[in-house]
Design a protein around this ligand. Structure first.
Ligand code: NAD
Length: 436
């Protein structure tokens, strides 16, 4: 099958590459010429484990190509995926301009039947609007179908998630399109991955409902952690015990500085906005947004109190990406912390295994070091903000000799409090401050 993937970002590049690996002929299209040129030179613009090898293999086998030429790629393909960004717009409403522009362009160059599959995360009703835009842009009347096919991959585990999804959602009222999409996903179906066929509107809502549910769990455990600090309980044991309950399960119950990334923050706000548009006050979603913003303040307040203000102090941030195993710093809690620290007069030193270039683009004032130890030199407070594996077993005795003032804020609870305190640190954490 010939596939066109419009938008070659985290989702489009991974999805396009994995489909090529199933043996399909995939053209990944983007308006960013520099990105396409880099990919054609064999450079991979994002950090994602295993991706460069997979791209190289499929390019070599001539099943995967990169182009800025949309018309040619559409012409060659039966399925056209739309995977462009849908960032947060005004008032939490997703900004769909890029997506609508692509729909116009795809409609304008279609000469025969296509399935247009929306992979981008979009509000309910978007598939209807895309159908209207494509129809309006057609040069001659041509049959086409729209399938809502939201993506659930996680950065840092994207290839595995795409190849082994918990489920595949296909929203469409066309049996013809559903049959084509089932055929496309057949390699996954052979791995017994269930396909949920539903309406476009339901498929669109499922994505927001899923992401908000996960964000809600993070906010919930963060509130429990804050309460643990007040009542002298240990959030680690609370979370473990909660997770043992089969009705609850252990995932997304790790307290920390709140969720970030390019999806959860904007998707939660988009769901709140959708509810507002329908005059529905979605209280729990509003609370998730507020709790998440508050969690960052909780950490900044404790840090401020510890240092007696940030002015003139040096703070080290370990981990800049919004989560481990990615270089994505969009809405990263670490970036938020660094901005607040700089605003209040601190000098910020940082280290991240993959995201320093990305971070420097938004925050050129931070001093990035090429290893975690030099980033700790003369620091008044070391904050572990992202739980990269390499921060789980730091030589803290060495860190203790490098810092100016021994304050360690382990926002992700990677260490045992007693061991860190035994090294002479003032140890701060999330929901475990009473643990001896
Ligand atoms: P991204 O910003 O990494 O990539 C989007 C790409 O689209 C960019 O390369 C951009 O240049 C390109 N683009 C923009 N306008 C274009 C146009 N007119 N023609 C061609 N290309 C164009 O975004 P992403 O993280 O891959 O997310 C894409 C969508 O998938 C979003 O809706 C997002 O919410 C959703 N999603 C993302 C993830 C994730 O983990 N990143 C997971 C699931 C779903």
């Amino acid at each position: 099958m010939n596939i066109c993937m419009v938008g070659t970002g985290y989702v489009g590049l991974v999805a396009g590459t994995c489909l090529a690996d199933f043996g399909m002929n995939v053209t990944c299209v983007d308006i960013d010429k520099e990105k396409i040129d880099r990919l054609n030179r064999g450079e991979v613009p994002i950090y994602e484990i295993g991706l460069s090898e997979l791209i190289a293999r499929n390019v070599k086998l001539e099943r995967l190509r990169f182009s800025t030429g949309l018309a040619e790629a559409v012409d060659r393909s039966l399925v056209v995926f739309l995977a462009v960004g849908t960032p947060e717009g005004e008032g939490g409403r997703p900004d769909l301009r890029a997506l609508y522009e692509v729909a116009r362009q795809v409609g304008a160059c279609m000469t025969e039947y296509k399935v247009i599959a929306i992979k981008s995360t979009v509000p309910v009703g978007t598939s209807r609007e895309i159908r209207r835009i494509v129809r309006q842009s057609l040069k001659t009347p041509i049959d086409f179908d729209i399938v809502s096919n939201p993506e659930f991959l996680r950065e840092g585990a994207a290839i595995n998630d795409f190849l082994r999804p918990d489920r595949i959602i296909l929203g469409s009222d066309s049996e013809r399109a559903l049959a084509i999409m089932r055929d496309l996903y057949r390699p996954l179906y052979l791995l017994k991955k269930p396909i949920v066929s539903t309406s476009n509107e339901t498929a669109e809502l499922i994505k927001y409902a899923a992401n908000t549910m996960l964000a809600l769990r993070i906010s919930y455990i963060n509130e429990i952690a804050n309460l643990c600090d007040l009542v002298g309980a240990d959030v680690y044991d609370v979370a473990v015990a909660l997770g043992m309950d089969k009705r609850i399960g252990p995932k997304f119950l790790h307290p920390g500085p709140g969720f970030g990334g390019s999806c959860f923050p904007k998707d939660v706000k988009a769901l709140a906005h959708l509810a507002q548009e329908h005059d529905y006050e979605f209280r729990i979603v509003d609370a998730v947004v507020a709790v998440n913003a508050h969690q960052r303040e909780v950490i900044l307040n404790k840090s401020r109190q510890t240092l007696g203000g940030f002015q003139g102090k040096t703070v080290t941030i370990l981990g800049l990406s919004f989560k481990p195993d990615t270089d994505d710093t969009r809405e990263s809690p670490a970036i938020h912390m660094a901005q607040a620290l700089l605003r209040e007069g601190a000098a910020v030193q940082a280290y991240d295994p993959a995201a320093m270039n990305e971070a420097k683009r938004v925050l050129p004032q931070i001093k990035c070091d090429n290893n975690p130890y030099s980033a700790c030199e003369n620091s008044d407070l070391v904050m572990i903000v992202t739980e990269w594996n390499e921060f789980r077993d730091l030589d803290l005795a060495r860190v203790r000799t490098l810092v100016r003032t021994p304050n360690l804020y382990d926002t992700r609870n990677l260490y045992e409090p007693s061991q860190v305190r035994a090294l002479g640190f003032n140890y701060l954490c999330t929901g475990r401050s009473a643990v001896k």
